[in-house]
Design a protein around this ligand. Structure first.
Ligand code: FE2
Length: 92
């Protein structure tokens, strides 16, 4: 679910972070990260479709992570759950 979003909130957090550290290439890196998330999110979605597994429309964990990230839009709050989820997803 999260890997197919537009990433606008993450991009906004990255702009704040880039400003704080005065490294504006950071924004370019996050834009590439969002595109990669969308690409492999699409691949995972197609896998589910081909396997006949319905895609989730809502998930309490996704909703909780979104609410926390939107309430505290820092890169630390964004990256911690992303690293956790991406690490767990490696097996797929
Ligand atoms: Fe991912």
């Amino acid at each position: 679910m999260g890997e197919t979003s537009d990433g606008l909130h993450l991009l906004a957090a990255s702009k704040n972070y880039a400003q704080a550290i005065q490294d504006f290439k950071y924004i370019d890196v996050i834009e590439l990260f969002i595109k990669e998330e969308q690409r492999h999110g699409g691949d995972l979605g197609r896998f589910l479709d081909l396997a006949g597994i319905p895609r989730l429309q809502r998930n309490w964990g996704d909703t909780l992570f979104r609410k926390i990230r939107y309430a505290i839009p820092t890169m630390e709050i964004w990256t911690t759950p992303v690293i956790m989820v991406e690490t767990l997803a490696l097996v797929y």
